[in-house]
Design a protein around this ligand. Structure first.
Ligand code: COA
Length: 184
């Protein structure tokens, strides 16, 4: 039987943050990564996630140990530019444990993209470790469009370094930022 609007509203108000606190009825997810740089594959995951969550927070990890091409601040700025105007999507930098970041944002879920079997071991290990650390935060995997299955940030960086076409792999602001960065 169809639920009335007030039934739906009262059900949503029961949504809890990982600490058990109310989240104002909002379903919140964090989508963490290095985003060095953010690709159309990442964006595809964000677009799928906003259908299921009221708020999706793209969490840009500092990841200095990966010696990123773009600084942390640049990656945060670029991600903000890319998601500008997308309802329910925000961007935050983080430099702590992922589960800690999820708690700070009152998120019930961590989102990851699962591109192919090669992602599985690493993702499985991370999801189980995070569950051990924060049992109430669920990891949810999205399968990106098959158009982006092979895509990765390092592939994009390599293409950019060799002057390859970028617009079918990354959003416009990222194309421009890569060109600027590599022209130096
Ligand atoms: N489309 C395109 N590329 C994608 C993708 C998608 N949908 N999903 C992943 N990738 C690529 C990334 O571009 C990246 O490519 P690269 O290695 O060539 O640069 C690669 O897959 C993996 O990157 P990413 O998804 O950004 O993960 P990461 O390994 O850089 O980041 C964190 C992992 C940040 C989530 C993890 O290190 C973390 O949680 N850190 C915080 C500290 C912590 O809590 N550690 C314990 C974790 S158990």
């Amino acid at each position: 039987m169809r639920k009335t609007k007030s039934e739906v509203r009262s059900q949503r108000s029961e949504v809890r943050s990982p600490e058990g606190g109310a989240t104002g009825g909002q379903r919140i997810a964090v989508y963490p990564g290095s985003f060095d740089p953010l690709t159309l594959g990442h964006l595809d995951v964000v677009k799928r996630a906003v259908h299921l969550f009221d708020k999706v927070i793209v969490g840009v990890a500092s990841r200095q140990e990966k010696h990123p091409l773009f600084s942390w601040q640049e990656r945060v700025r670029l991600a903000k530019e890319v998601v500008k105007g997308m309802d329910g999507v925000t961007v935050q930098g983080f430099d702590c444990l992922l589960v800690e970041f999820a708690r700070q944002q009152h998120a019930q879920a961590i989102i990851r993209g699962m591109r192919a079997v090669m992602d599985f071991d690493y993702e499985f290990q991370m999801a189980l470790t995070n569950r051990k650390l924060a049992p109430t935060v669920e990891t949810i995997f999205f399968v990106p469009s098959e158009r982006y299955f092979y895509l990765s940030s390092s592939l994009v960086r390599e293409l950019a370094a060799k002057g390859g076409e970028l617009s079918c792999f990354v959003p416009d602001p990222v194309v421009k930022a890569l060109r600027r960065k590599l022209a130096r």
